[in-house]
Design a protein around this ligand. Structure first.
Ligand code: CTP
Ligand code: CA
Length: 224
């Protein structure tokens, strides 16, 4: 089929998407991170751009190249991600937070390499800012989408996060389910809306999942 740019479903909409893990420094050679690959967020960015959206992708992922037509902003820490997201938030229509943001960071970053010594090493961690919760407090017209990767009680935790962070929609998955893990090319998600409607998707590629998620956003974002 041939579409003129004006007929694309997200033509002119501004999307802010976050992807991948964050890295929290211990010293100049070490950091704490998580298993997020960034693939889900990159798939969302690519598919949204194909639908005509202007996409800014704030990413902590490595070894994955920027999708065509997407503006990539690379970050390292949760604090970096917070700063970049706050910068682009006011001009965004839709925010999708698929990043796996660290909840804690070392409370002290050593400026020299930590040398090994006899006995155990104790590292104290402090809380990072909850970026999405902050957006939920400050949103005006923005459609806010969160992710919830859980190992148990998915519906309960996803709905709690939807409420607590003042979201329009949350995408939940059970990372212990085969085909729904962090690094694979497939996912099995359930979408929970603010109006409490629920859409459970089957095992799909991350690109197919992205298209379904974007379809739900298009369906709901005109509603308010
Ligand atoms: N999130 C965020 N900033 C943080 C932590 C999480 O923006 N500091 C976002 C994630 O990008 C995701 C959503 O909040 O879209 C839910 O993240 P998740 O880790 O599942 O929830 P938490 O509120 O951190 O709760 P917990 O890890 O204890 O389950
Ligand atoms: Ca968390």
């Amino acid at each position: 089929a041939h579409f003129s740019p004006q007929s694309l479903p997200l033509n002119g909409k501004r999307f802010l998407i976050t992807a991948g893990p964050t890295k929290e420094k211990i010293d100049p050679v070490r950091y704490v991170t998580n298993h997020s690959s960034g693939k889900m967020g990159y798939a969302l960015a690519e598919e949204a751009a194909k639908m005509g959206a202007k996409v800014i992708l704030v990413s902590g992922a490595d070894n994955i190249s920027a999708p065509a037509g997407v503006t990539l902003v690379k970050i390292e820490s949760a604090e970096d991600m917070y700063n970049e997201v706050m910068k682009y938030f006011p001009e965004s229509d839709v925010v999708i937070k698929s990043a796996a943001v660290a909840d804690y960071r070392p409370s002290h970053v050593y400026d020299k390499k930590v040398k090994k010594q006899a006995g155990n090493l104790m590292i104290e961690f402090e809380r990072t800012k909850d970026i999405l919760q902050e957006l939920g407090k400050n949103k005006d017209r923005q459609f806010l989408v969160g992710f919830a990767a859980e190992t148990n009680d998915l519906e309960k935790y996803a709905l709690q996060k939807l409420e607590r962070k003042n979201l329009d929609m949350i995408v939940g998955n059970n990372i212990l389910e085969a085909g729904a893990g962090f690094s694979g090319d497939t996912n099995i998600v359930t979408i929970f809306h603010k109006d409490h409607s629920v859409k459970k998707l089957p095992l799909l590629s991350k690109h197919e999942t992205a298209n379904e998620i974007l379809g739900e956003i298009i369906l709901k974002m005109g509603d308010d």
